[in-house]
Design a protein. Structure first.
Length: 123
């Protein structure tokens, strides 16, 4: 029953955003098309991360907190993809400048990705 409620909420949000999406399509078709292509690439990026975690991390096992490390790896991977996607998708309001270039956030996320992968495979 909760699934039905979730579906209703998602459909309601999509219907509520339809006028704005149509206006954006009329004013900036190239931006909408680029956004859709990049969203598709992001879905493939997330699928690659899930495949990596399930394909390489699952055979390692779950003892000793390895499952938590695998979840940390996957979440860091997804957040790094969001950060990269935010930098390349056409936008109408500029995000904070410190997010728009390589910096501390990138180093932390890449460090988490590599650290979790090495700790999970090594330990």
């Amino acid at each position: 029953m909760q699934s039905l409620g979730l579906i209703v909420v998602v459909l309601a949000v999509m219907i509520a955003n339809m006028p704005a999406a149509m206006q954006q399509w009329r004013t900036d078709k190239a931006g909408v098309v680029k956004t859709l292509w990049l969203a598709g690439a992001y879905v493939l990026y997330v699928a690659l991360g899930i495949w990596f975690v399930l394909g390489f991390m699952a055979p390692v096992g779950t003892e000793g907190g390895k499952a938590l490390l695998a979840v940390g790896l996957l979440l860091s991977w997804i957040f790094y993809g969001v950060l990269t996607l935010m930098r390349v998708v056409p936008r109408y309001r500029e995000p904070p400048q410190w997010l728009m270039h390589f910096g501390v956030v990138d180093v932390v996320l890449v460090g988490l990705i590599l650290g979790c992968a090495v700790a999970c495979l090594w330990g």
